[in-house]
Write a protein that binds this ligand. Structure first.
Ligand code: C5P
Length: 417
């Protein structure tokens, strides 16, 4: 995500007062970038470091970036009663990086500096982004403190995996500032999907030929991920059934649970087990229509004769059709039609036909090909109802189009009330 996309996301939320708490972890330098992203998105950012954070990054950097004085103690400006004023006025409190020490203080209501005192006053949403060494993160004390915060409604992002302070690596790294900014700004969005649960499939299935080879497709999962993030930011809980998605692309959001699967049959099982009681089921995943009837237990070998193995294919279940025909789950069903036009019909002609065949409540048609549709590229969509009537259309980034699709879903959910 670039600074421009963060700005675009923030622009929809309007200017807010954000308090950015910074603790004394080595990742404190990244909070300067985070502050910059939040300010670029049009928000007023007040930075409240701990004393240890100022060992890592200078007070001047934070005050120059935020255009606000930077204090660490309630005694720095006693007449201003800063912790009460800042805590009261905040629309969002972010603590990034949050050390194990500050996580423990927040969990236990200790208020021994301006940041922790402000956190006790704040009634706004709170996002805590821990970063620490793997052992400290995995320590039962830290895990219990994180659970206490989560139970209290605080958003705690899981740390990323990767290089830590020294030459070591593991879980405990601060997620990238862009990702934190995206989650944070999402918390300021209108919560029109609060109270709903979405089940979204994304990515492409892989049908094993043998233990190393598979039949697959070019789907990266980006559209499904954009839908999951957008829904979560608007208040929905999301089960993301992720088919073979690159780990680096998977979202880290407290309201998104990721269920990794491989083949179409595994996808069907996961969708069915998540479906009951869901509000919306979205089949974004590119599902292989056929799979090898048998997959070899060991790798197929060339025997030197030039003869190729015969691979017999059998049809996979149509998961979307199944979810649309058995309505015991009670959810709104949304399908995708990745289409190419040809001399017999346009993308929309094929989409309209598919809308009738699939029986989903909404079908999102998009054009795909060698250079369009797959990966990190813009996309054009048309939203159809079950009879093939056009409800809306749009063109833009996958993130923007995810917003358009969710607007249509939000409207449909509203009309079901
Ligand atoms: O049948 P086709 O692949 O053209 O339809 C696309 C839509 O149907 C997508 O929503 C896709 O996730 C879903 N699908 C499915 N099961 C299949 C094939 C596609 O659910 N076996």
């Amino acid at each position: 995500m670039t600074e421009t996309t963060v700005r675009a996301l923030g622009a929809t939320a309007g200017p807010s007062r954000i308090v950015l708490g910074v603790c004394g972890g080595i990742a404190a330098y990244k909070s300067a970038i985070l502050a910059r992203l939040l300010i670029s998105a049009g928000h007023d950012v007040r930075i409240v470091p701990t004393d240890s954070a100022l060992q890592m990054v200078g007070r001047t950097t934070f005050s120059a970036l935020s255009s606000h004085p930077v204090h660490t103690s309630v005694f720095d400006d006693p007449e201003g009663v800063e912790h009460v004023r800042i805590g009261d006025e905040a629309d969002l409190l972010i603590v990034a990086p949050a050390t194990a020490n500050t996580v423990a203080k927040l969990a236990h209501g200790i208020a021994d500096n301006l940041l922790t005192a402000t956190a006790l006053v704040a009634t706004c949403p709170i996002l805590v982004v821990p970063a620490m060494h793997t052992q400290m993160w995995l320590n039962p004390a830290t895990q219990a403190n994180v659970q206490t915060l989560r139970d209290r409604g605080v958003f705690v992002l899981d740390p990323a995996e990767g290089r830590l302070t020294g030459s070591d690596s593991g879980i405990g790294r601060l997620p990238e500032p862009e990702q934190i900014a995206q989650t944070a700004l999402g918390m300021l969005c209108e919560q029109d999907l609060a109270g709903t649960r979405f089940v979204i499939s994304a990515g492409g299935t892989r049908e094993p030929i043998d233990p190393v080879r598979f039949l697959g497709n070019r789907s990266t999962g980006r559209f499904g991920i954009a839908l999951a993030l957008n829904a979560a930011q608007r208040g929905a809980r999301v089960d993301l059934v992720a088919c073979n998605i690159d780990r680096a692309l998977l979202p880290n959001h407290p309201r998104i649970a990721v269920h990794p699967v491989g083949s179409a049959e595994q996808l069907q099982e996961a969708m069915n087990s998540c479906a009951s009681g869901a509000s919306v089921l979205i089949m974004t995943a590119a599902v292989a229509d056929f799979r090898p009837a048998h997959s070899g237990e060991s790798k197929f070998k060339k025997d030197g004769s030039g003869a190729a193995p015969d691979i017999t294919l059998v049809e996979n279940p149509d998961i979307l059709k199944g979810l649309a025909s058995d309505r015991s789950h009670g959810a709104l069903v949304v399908g995708f039609a990745a289409e190419t036009g040809d001399e017999h019909g346009s993308v929309l002609d094929y989409g309209k036909k598919k809308a009738k065949v699939k029986g989903a409540d909404l079908l999102i048609v998009n054009r795909v090909g060698e250079t369009v549709g797959f990966g990190d590229v813009d996309t054009a969509i048309t939203i159809l109802d079950r009879d093939g009537n056009v409800l809306g259309e749009g063109e833009g980034t996958k993130s923007q189009m995810a917003g358009t699709v969710l607007d249509a879903i939000s409207l449909s959910l509203g009309s079901l009330d």
